[in-house]
Design a protein around this ligand. Structure first.
Ligand code: B12
Length: 167
């Protein structure tokens, strides 16, 4: 793998246009999988990022310390085990609670978009709740005026519980 990475990196060298940011990237504590990380690093470098490879089995504290040391913009974490994914959350929590200026990015086979963006999930849930409330309010309003007893009209114009139309 090390040999292959060397060849890839050499081929990609010089492809970068301009520096886009500084990243520290490693495999989280308890995890030694690093093949995917090496690929990600090669592509980040080729696309103009300055990357410090922290290696594997990296503790949350080390991620933070190295980010400070290198003046990083982004902390990247790779995890291949469902048992080590929690380490990614730990680092994100340390960044948030410490009011640190780093963006965080997670990856590795078990990571889904839901795992990577819990804030987005919460926003979507709140939006759905608001819509349901609006629907209920509108249904009550319409129901009290004209709609037949068994039919209600939703805020977005749909009809719930309406009897089938007569031919
Ligand atoms: C190779 C391998 C190993 C090698 C690792 C060698 C190395 N230097 O990496 C060795 C033999 C050491 C190993 C050990 C173990 N392994 Co293993 N291993 C694999 C295997 C076969 C391939 C992983 C791999 O390299 N994939 C290829 C790369 C390119 O893909 P990738 O890592 O997903 O990376 C891509 C993306 O995820 C993403 N990405 C990755 N990191 C990041 C980071 C960022 C920031 C971003 C944006 C993107 C990103 O980009 C990459 C390129 O597309 C997988 C099975 C599989 N088919 O996936 C099991 C697997 C991951 N291993 C597994 C297990 C259980 C283990 C062991 C616990 C086994 C044991 N009982 O000892 C140990 C764990 C040791 C430890 N503490 O970490 C399980 C995990 C199960 C789970 N759900 O948790 C798997 C899924 C096998 C299985 N089906 O059971 N393993």
């Amino acid at each position: 793998m090390a040999g292959a990475t060397e060849v890839t990196n050499a081929a990609l060298e010089g492809a970068a246009a301009e520096a886009k940011g500084v990243i520290v990237l490693g495999t989280v504590q308890g995890d030694v999988h690093d093949i995917g990380k090496a690929i990600v690093i090669a592509y980040l470098k080729a696309n103009g990022y300055e990357v410090t490879d922290l290696g594997r089995d990296v503790s949350a504290e080390t991620f933070i310390a190295k980010a400070k040391e290198t003046g990083a913009d982004i902390i990247g974490m790779s995890a291949l085990l469902t048992t080590t994914m929690e380490e990614q959350r730990k680092v994100v929590k340390m960044v948030k609670e410490g009011g640190l200026p780093y963006k965080t990015v997670v990856g590795g086979a078990p990571c889904t978009q839901r795992w990577a963006r819990p804030d987005r999930r919460r926003r979507l849930r709140r939006r759905r709740q608001r819509r349901r409330q609006e629907d209920r309010r509108a249904a009550r309003h319409v129901g009290s005026r004209a709609a037949p007893e068994s039919a209600t009209t939703t805020a977005r114009g749909g009809r719930r519980g309406a009897p089938p139309l007569a031919p």
